[in-house]
Design a protein around this ligand. Structure first.
Ligand SMILES: NC(=O)c1ccc[n+]([C@@H]2O[C@H](COP(=O)([O-])OP(=O)(O)OC[C@H]3O[C@@H](n4cnc5c(N)ncnc54)[C@H](OP(=O)(O)O)[C@@H]3O)[C@@H](O)[C@H]2O)c1
Ligand SMILES: [Zn+2]
Length: 375
C-alpha cells in the first residue's frame, strides 16, 4: 500500500532524553537548528505529533518564515502543512494552540477516541481508524485521502518508537544537544521493544552551532510481501549496479544485491561482471556468499530485473539459484519482457515455490534505462 515518505525529527540530550520533567518545555536545539526545523516543516505536506506532546508542550507547529510560506503558496501549496495528531483517548484540550494556529488540523484516533473528541468539539477533522490505532491505515489515509507525499513526525517518544519499531520510518533526523537531563522518569526518545530498522545508515552529520544533526536511514528489508523504506534504497542500488554492466546486444544489464534481515549487505553483483561474458547479476552476487551462510534463509535478493527462468549459457537459471540458496524473499523493479525468452515468469516460478516477491514498479524506468537498446 502506498505510504507517504516518513521523516522522524527529534532533539535529544546527551543522556537520551526528549525533555525534562519540569512544567516548561526543555529547549534542546540551538536557534539555527530551530530555523532548520522551520525549513523542513516548509518542505512537507503534513506534520504529525502525538497527543502527549500537545499536552506537554502545547506547540503551534508553524512555518515561521514568511518567505517560506510565500514559496509554498507560489508552488500551489497551502501556506502551512496539514497538522495531524494521534490519540487513543480522544481526550484533548480544545483550547490547545494546536487547533487554533497554522493550517488544517486532523485528529487520527480510535472509534472510542472519535466519540470523545467529537463531544469536545475540537476545531479539527476527526477520523477513526477502528478499535485500535493502526499506523499503516493512518499512513494510507494521509497519502490517499489527504494527498500527503511527505510527512514530518515531531514526536514524542511513543510515536517515534512505534514508527521505527514497525518499520515505517524512511528517515530519522536526530539532533544531539550538549546537555544532560539526568532524571530517570523524563521521556526518552526511544522505548524498549523490537525495532524493524536494522543498523541505521548514517547519511549525513552536520554541526549547527553547538548541536549536531545526524540523518539516518533504516537498512532492514521488509518482511513477506510488505515493503519497508529500506527496500527502496536497496532496489535503487541494484538499479545503479545495472548501469555498470558492459553493454550487450544479446543480454540484459541487471544489478543485484543480497541483504540480510538485519540490513547487512551480504553481496552485490551485476551482469557480465569481472570479465565473465555470461554471468547474471543474481548469480554473481550469490556466488560471493558461502552456501551454508545461515543468513541466507532470512535474506532478501534485490534485482533490477526479475530473476530468469531459462538460460542457455548455464545449467541453472537465477530463479533456481535463489531457491537453492534458501532465500525466501525477492524484491524487483521490472518483470522480464519477451525480448530473449517468450513467456518468462520468474516471479511466478518463485512465488509458486513459496518465495515472497515484491515488485516495486516505481523503479521500472531506472531498471530499463541501461537496456533501452533492447526494447
Ligand atoms: N525533544 C524533542 O524533539 C521532542 C519532540 C516532541 C515531544 N517531545 C517531548 O516528548 C514528550 C511527549 O512524548 P510522549 O511519548 O509522552 O507522547 P507522544 O508520543 O507525543 O504522544 C503519545 C500519545 O499519543 C497517542 N498515541 C500514540 N500511539 C498510539 C497508539 N498506537 N494508539 C493510540 N494512541 C496512541 C496516545 O494519546 P492518548 O493518551 O490521547 O490516548 C499517547 O498517549 C513531551 O515531554 C515532549 O516535550 C520532545
Ligand atoms: Zn539470471
Amino acid at each position: 500500500m502506498p505510504h507517504p515518505y516518513v521523516l522522524l525529527s527529534a532533539a535529544v540530550s546527551l543522556d537520551g532524553y526528549l525533555d525534562d520533567t519540569g512544567p516548561d518545555r526543555l529547549l534542546l536545539s540551538s536557534p539555527a537548528d530551530f530555523d532548520r526545523v522551520d525549513e523542513v516543516r516548509a518542505s512537507v505536506d503534513a506534520i504529525l505529533i502525538g497527543a502527549g506532546t500537545i499536552r506537554a508542550d502545547n506547540p503551534r507547529l508553524l512555518v515561521n518564515s514568511e518567505a517560506r510560506r510565500a514559496a509554498r503558496v507560489a508552488a500551489g501549496k497551502p501556506p502551512y502543512p496539514l497538522k495531524v495528531t494521534v490519540s487513543g483517548s480522544g481526550d484533548l484540550d480544545p483550547s490547545a494552540n494546536f487547533w487554533h494556529t497554522g493550517g488544517e488540523k486532523l485528529l487520527c484516533t480510535t472509534d472510542k477516541g472519535a466519540e470523545r473528541a467529537r463531544s469536545l468539539g475540537l476545531a479539527a477533522d476527526v477520523i477513526s481508524l477502528g478499535p485500535e490505532l493502526d499506523w499503516h491505515r493512518l499512513l494510507e489515509h494521509l497519502h490517499e485521502e489527504r494527498g500527503v507525499d511527505r510527512l514530518m513526525v515531531e514526536g514524542g517518544g511513543r510515536v517515534h518508537t512505534q514508527l521505527l519499531q514497525q518499520g515505517l520510518a524512511d528517515e530519522l533526523q536526530l539532533v544531539l544537544a550538549p546537555l544532560f537531563v539526568g532524571t530517570p522518569d523524563a521521556p526518552r526518545l526511544f522505548g524498549p521493544g523490537t525495532y524493524q530498522a536494522g543498523r541505521l545508515r548514517l547519511v549525513e552529520s552536520r554541526r549547527i552551532e553547538d548541536v549536531v544533526l545526524m540523518r539516518y536511514e533504516p537498512t532492514a528489508p521488509g518482511t513477506g510481501v510488505q515493503a519497508s523504506p529500506a527496500d527502496r534504497h536497496w532496489l535503487s542500488l541494484a538499479c545503479e549496479l545495472a548501469t555498470l554492466c558492459p553493454p550487450s546486444e544479446t543480454a540484459f544489464s541487471v544489478g543485484a544485491v543480497v541483504v540480510a534481515a538485519d540490513g547487512t549487505e551480504l553481496a552485490r553483483g551485476h551482469s557480465r561482471e569481472a570479465g565473465d561474458p555470461v554471468v547474471h547479476a543474481e548469480e554473481a552476487a550469490l556466488a560471493k556468499i558461502g552456501p551454508a551462510d545461515p543468513r541466507l534463509a532470512t535474506a532478501t535478493v534485490y534485482t533490477s530485473l526479475e530473476p530468469c527462468t531459462r538460460r542457455a549459457s548455464r545449467p541453472f537459471p537465477c530463479a533456481r539459484l535463489i531457491l537453492d540458496a534458501g532465500v525466501r524473499r525477492v524484491v524487483t523493479a521490472w518483470r522480464e519482457p519477451d525480448t530473449f525468452v517468450a513467456g518468462a515468469d520468474g516471479t511466478g516460478l518463485l512465488t509458486g515455490a513459496g518465495v515472497n516477491v515484491v515488485v516495486l514498479g516505481e523503479y521500472e524506468d531506472r531498471a530499463k534505462a541501461p537496456n533501452r537498446h533492447l526494447l
